[in-house]
Design a protein around this ligand. Structure first.
Ligand SMILES: Nc1ncnc2c1ncn2[C@@H]1O[C@H](COP(=O)(O)OP(=O)(O)O)[C@@H](O)[C@H]1O
Ligand SMILES: [Mg+2]
Length: 283
């Protein structure tokens, strides 16, 4: 990736929280203009902290962060960066239209002027018929579509997604994976996508950064050299399977290294341990 086109740069970043916990140590990464990058790692390794730094919601304790949200006045930052969380976080008392309209309303765009764009983005995520519906009337997948519509409506330069599909069933998740790629392709935006699924990371992204824990750091990087659009049949390809295999090994190595790094005498944390393996019963 060309250095000059980076949308997000973390340069030797440490993050220590007020309680003394060192969540990230010496993290360096970049996301290029228009690039789709996945951040893969076990629970607790600092993925959300990286996203929050990139969104300007946290400040680094050491090192340098460059991102659209930090380059502009607060009033314009929201249009440059959008954040999608695992929970759709829709306003239950508002219609889908009003939920998606919210970021434009906060930016001072009048309802009448925004209507076309809100309807267009609802259409794009497959919810064109549902603008008058309330969140409680929607399935989990539809709520996530609405949440993504609300992110896309500002036409952000950077989309930060924190395990957005982790709570969805596998079939819904695969549909949304396919659709997300299509939305990304038409929107000329960079995506930094956090997941703990190897398969999701490989299916979606051009590059995968693997994180290890204690403290969080990037341990490996893999390119996924497959063209877009990627059809569902990509999941059956030799390249996909080989990349998933390589990435699983890298993730496993990262988790083992993190487990070894725990202070003597402390209990292993289940979520950062290998799921299976000869050391599963280690003291
Ligand atoms: N505001 C905070 N104060 C103290 N510790 C935090 C805070 N936010 C996260 N942490 C800790 O930092 C580490 C990384 O957290 P997080 O970035 O949420 O990891 P992940 O998203 O990979 O699960 C964890 O040990 C977590 O408990
Ligand atoms: Mg997280």
């Amino acid at each position: 990736m060309n250095q000059g086109t980076a949308v997000v740069t973390l340069d030797h970043v440490d993050k220590r929280f007020d309680n003394g916990l060192l969540a990230l140590r010496d993290v360096s990464l970049q996301v290029g203009a228009g690039e789709f990058v996945a951040l893969l790692g076990a629970s607790g390794c600092g993925k959300s902290t990286v996203l929050r730094l990139a969104a300007g919601l946290e400040t680094a304790s050491a090192g340098r962060v460059q991102a659209p949200a930090l380059a502009n006045e607060v009033s314009t930052a929201s249009a440059d960066t959008a954040f999608v969380f695992q929970e759709p976080t829709l306003m239950p008392w508002a219609s889908l239209f009003d939920n998606v309209f919210l970021p434009l309303r906060l930016a001072g765009v009048p309802r009448g002027k925004a209507a076309l764009r809100v309807r267009e983005v609802l259409q794009r995520v497959g919810l064109g018929e549902f603008e008058a519906a309330y969140p409680a009337e929607l399935s989990g997948g539809m709520k996530m579509r609405a949440s993504i519509a609300r992110a896309l409506v500002t036409r952000p330069r950077l989309l930060l997604m924190d395990e957005p599909f982790a709570a969805l069933d596998e079939i819904t998740r695969q549909h949304l994976n396919g659709d997300l790629m299509a939305w990304w392709a038409t929107q000329a935006m960079s995506v930094l996508f956090v997941t703990h699924s190897v398969f999701e990371a490989v299916f979606l992204s051009q590059r995968v950064l693997v994180m290890g824990a204690r403290p969080g750091h990037v341990v490996a990087e893999l390119a996924v050299d497959a063209p877009y659009p990627r059809a569902p049949s990509f999941r059956m390809s030799a390249l996909y399977m080989k990349t998933c295999h390589d990435l699983s090994l890298a993730l496993d190595a990262a988790m083992r290294a993190s487990a070894d790094a725990r202070p003597a005498g402390t209990n292993p944390v289940a979520t950062t341990r290998p799921v299976s393996g000869s050391d599963a019963a280690a003291p």
